[in-house]
Design a protein around this ligand. Structure first.
Ligand SMILES: Cc1cc2nc3c(=O)[nH]c(=O)nc-3n(C[C@H](O)[C@H](O)[C@H](O)COP(=O)(O)OP(=O)(O)OC[C@H]3O[C@@H](n4cnc5c(N)ncnc54)[C@H](O)[C@@H]3O)c2cc1C
Length: 219
């Protein structure tokens, strides 16, 4: 029998509806890889901030980037304790009672401290990973960051050592007494869908849309 993955620490243990806590690496990595952005929570001068941003998982680390002037990047690069959250919304759960309404979701919470990536080659690789993971195939086409752009960008790596996932799936959890109420109940599935590509006005007319964009999917 394989071991059941255990929470990595007390503070990363899901307590509220603990049965929804998941700690296996494959589930956590899959949620991080599918979600297009995350929220980074940290405290600066006694004020909590929760900032949305793009992430890329590179092996056992999350890579984040931004302007050197960013408060978030400055705090993370200085090693401030932080909490990163990524969420995928899968559906609205409509129960027979308002109390049991819910959402189906997959979310990850990561706790820890980042370190700054300063070596140019490592920074460039991290920036490429950020582009590639959002639009696979793009980094091979778009111009990479030049030395000035690289200089203006801060990149940090966040270890994926202390993480939890929480997953809700399935139908509403109505009380037995409510099951006969004459109210529709069930799940309204939700997912992120891609629209038609809108060509930039500066593109020469007739420029074909690359295949990796035509076939872009996020499942
Ligand atoms: C789309 C969505 C909607 C939600 N709506 C609500 C809502 O309306 N009301 C509500 O109370 N809760 C909601 N939740 C659940 C919420 O995220 C918390 O899990 C819950 O509120 C319990 O919080 P707590 O501080 O008591 O967690 P605890 O169980 O005490 O948290 C302990 C540890 O478990 C981990 N953890 C907690 N929550 C999550 C999570 N979601 N994903 C991964 N790890 C986690 C963290 O490491 C945390 O430090 C929602 C979640 C999602 C993704």
């Amino acid at each position: 029998m394989p071991d059941i993955p255990r929470p990595p620490s007390d503070r990363a243990t899901v307590r509220r509806l603990a049965k929804r806590g998941v700690y296996d690496q494959a589930t956590i990595y899959a949620i991080l890889d599918q979600s297009l952005y995350c929220h980074v929570g940290f405290v600066d001068q006694n004020q909590p901030f929760v900032i949305p941003t793009i992430h890329a998982r590179v092996g056992g680390q999350l890579v984040l980037h931004g302007s050197r002037a960013s408060r978030m990047l400055a705090c993370l690069a200085a090693g401030a304790p932080a909490c990163i959250t990524a969420t995928i919304l899968d559906g609205l759960v409509l129960a027979r009672s308002t109390f049991h309404h819910s959402m189906n979701y997959r979310s990850v919470v990561v706790l820890g401290r980042a370190t700054e990536i300063t070596a140019d080659a490592e920074k460039s690789a991290a920036l490429e990973a950020l582009v590639e993971r959002v639009v696979p195939g793009r980094a091979a086409e778009a111009r990479p960051a030049n030395p000035q752009e690289l200089q203006a960008t801060a990149v940090v790596a966040f270890p994926l050592d202390e993480c939890s996932a929480k997953v809700r799936a399935g139908p509403p959890a109505d009380d037995a007494d409510d099951l006969t109420l004459p109210v529709w109940a069930g799940v309204l599935p939700l997912s992120l869908v891609c629209g038609e590509p809108l060509p930039d006005p500066h593109l020469p007319p007739g420029t074909p849309v690359p295949r990796y964009i035509r076939e872009y999917r996020r499942v």
